[in-house]
Design a protein around this ligand. Sequence first.
Ligand code: DC
Length: 258
Amino acid sequence: MRSIYRSSPFMGSGRPQVDPCHTLRRIVRMSEKRVIIAIDGPAGAGKSTLAKRVAEKLGFLYINTGAIYRAVALWALRLGVQLSDMHRLEQLAKESKIELRPDGRVFLNGEDVTEAIRELRVSEAASKVSAVPGVRRALLALQRGMAEKNNVVMEGRDIGTVVFPEAQLKIFLDADPAERARRRALELLEDGRHSDEQTIASDLSRRDERDRRRKEAPLVQAPDAELVDTTGRSLEEVEEIVLGLVRARTSNGKAAAY
Ligand code: DC
């Protein structure tokens, strides 16, 4: 899996090859309640890479809720629906059949749209579509249902505040804007798409502003969420912090602040 974090100078440094998550997975399996880990934060903070890795290590289901809003936005764009038409957008959200498969593929009304929803025009449209209260309401039950029978790592903007306010662990992942833009530029470059950092920085900041200022379920850190700043940290470091928090929570310990 590609990493958008700084590469760690300590990787492959001859540590013993043990699985440090073995005990953690056992503790989690013994837990009687379904475990929900909510990861929220702005675009480019590194949520997806981290959430996927943590889910894999713990044997949890990974759910990227941004993909759900993106799928509705893609459908609206294809149908030529005005992004200001709140009623029609709500209708689309209600009628859409969105499936997030365990292998990460995203299906909209039976069609694989995994790549299509990553286009820049869809990012921008998803940010607008997700500000519509009726759209959010329509997609809430879908998101809750996805976690019904599974332990999950769910990432988005309002998971810890609205979707699962009872989540056992809430992480608010952040990084400074310049670093977020740099990471996004690298990601795009790896996908063969060149875009200058200035343009990306202004795209990210416009989307963030919209996500933070909207009335319904704005992007905000839940009062009981742990703030983890990924600026200058490697993926391994951040993952260690988050697994440490999971360990502390699932064994009833007290979580430290980062
Ligand atoms: O995480 P992402 O960039 O793929 O999300 C796309 C848009 O969807 C983003 O601008 C905000 C919105 N979103 C949201 O409002 N609530 C969520 N839980 C997830 C994403």
